[in-house]
Design a protein around this ligand. Structure first.
Ligand code: PMP
Length: 366
């Protein structure tokens, strides 16, 4: 039987071991006689799942003690509103600085405009979203409420390989990062950020869970009309149980965190992710049958868009890929072409199979 490799950008591939464990525990979690889906979120069983998931995430990202780990709902796009509603209360007239590096930060900046004055620090529109604008072109505000960045643009395939440095010009404005599509794929220094958020459905678990890591001093700054269920302070004060959290998604995320620990943690994953991405980029750079247009120093390790030189072959490429067990390679509808998302759960063998198929397809269609 053909081995299946799933390159979806999200919801995305999960570790097989995790799915097997979830299947084995589906009807009776640890002798409780219940499925996790059937448990009260306030019962001892689910509380133990929740506590372990939060602690494991804290361990994996070395989250300092003065940060809260919040399990929310609303997804990445929900956070685009939830962030300003939580940070603008102390200074409703302050500017929101947004670095526009691709589709997702573009959505963030549009949403932020509902809550305040937005300053576009720099825009990659000027280079067709193929590179992060040069640092010396950024125009940061002196008094911003916060600075928003998307550290991995899932559609454009652009990734920050260092923490965006905004400290000098901004008077200490907190850095807010949408890490939806690369959280846990690489080591990060959480202490450089005020807020980190991400939807779980790419590199963590099922859709429905959103994670926010928030520095303590940023709690309690919400606008008066911020819904209580989205007020980070209320959520933190209630241990992410102010309202019913997405229990099953948290359980699966917890299994993924344990799996990551067994793999050697984020540092080990990062080395594997570097190797996987290098394999695909090296091949793309060695042929003119395919092309990736992103500047080398900001190419994403997680989401690799590429185009066939002859785009009339796109449909054939996708159907032949599917016949080889290589699924969900179609690029986002807004940019076309192809995209291989190679999150933590994608094994090296999957990328090897993709490159072998791409070589074969190029040979038979040149
Ligand atoms: N930000 C990024 C970087 C994303 O990749 C996505 C989803 N593709 C979103 C935000 C939106 O997430 P959601 O659909 O969970 O709202």
């Amino acid at each position: 039987m053909t081995t299946i490799y799933n390159f979806s950008a999200g919801p995305a591939v999960l570790p097989k071991e995790v799915l097997q464990q979830a299947a084995a525990e589906m009807l009776d979690w640890h002798g409780s006689g219940m499925s996790v889906m059937e448990m009260s979120h306030r019962g001892a069983e689910f509380m133990s799942i929740m506590d372990a998931a939060q602690q494991d995430l804290r361990d994996l990202l070395a989250v300092p003690a003065n940060y809260q780990i919040l399990f929310l709902q609303g997804g990445g796009l929900g956070e685009n509103a939830i962030v300003p509603m939580n940070l603008m209360g102390a200074s409703p007239d302050a500017t929101i600085d947004v670095l526009h590096t691709g589709s997702w930060s573009g959505k963030s900046l549009k949403e932020a405009q509902k809550y305040g004055k937005v300053n576009v620090v720099a825009s990659a529109a000027d280079n067709g979203f193929t590179a992060i604008p040069a640092r010396d072109s950024w125009r940061l505000s002196k008094d911003a409420a916060y600075v928003h960045v998307c550290t991995n643009e899932t559609i454009d395939g652009i990734e920050f390989h260092a923490t965006p440095d905004v400290s000098l010009e901004t008077n200490g404005a907190p850095l807010v990062a949408d890490m939806s599509s690369h959280i846990l794929s690489r080591e990060i220094d959480v202490s450089r950020y005020g807020v980190i958020f991400g939807g779980a459905q790419k590199n963590i678990g099922p859709a429905g869970l959103t994670i926010a890591i928030v520095r303590d001093d940023l709690l309690g700054r919400a606008l008066p009309y911020c819904p209580s269920a989205f007020d980070w302070k209320t959520i933190a004060d209630n241990g992410s149980m102010y309202n019913t959290p997405p229990t099953y998604a948290i359980y699966i995320a917890g299994l993924v965190f344990q799996w990551l620990k067994r793999q050697g943690g984020v540092a080990a994953m990062e080395q594997r992710n570097i190797a996987k991405a290098k394999l695909l980029y090296d091949y793309l750079d060695s042929t003119d049958f395919y092309a990736n247009r992103v500047a080398h120093d900001c190419r994403s390790r997680m989401n690799i868009p590429f185009y066939l030189r002859d785009e009339s072959l796109n449909a054939d490429f996708l159907s032949a890929a599917k016949a080889h067990g290589l699924l969900q390679l179609k690029g986002h509808k807004s940019v076309g072409g192809m995209r291989a998302s190679i999150y933590n759960a994608m094994p090296l063998e999957g990328v090897q199979a993709l490159v072998a198929f791409m070589q074969e397809f190029a040979q038979t269609h040149s």
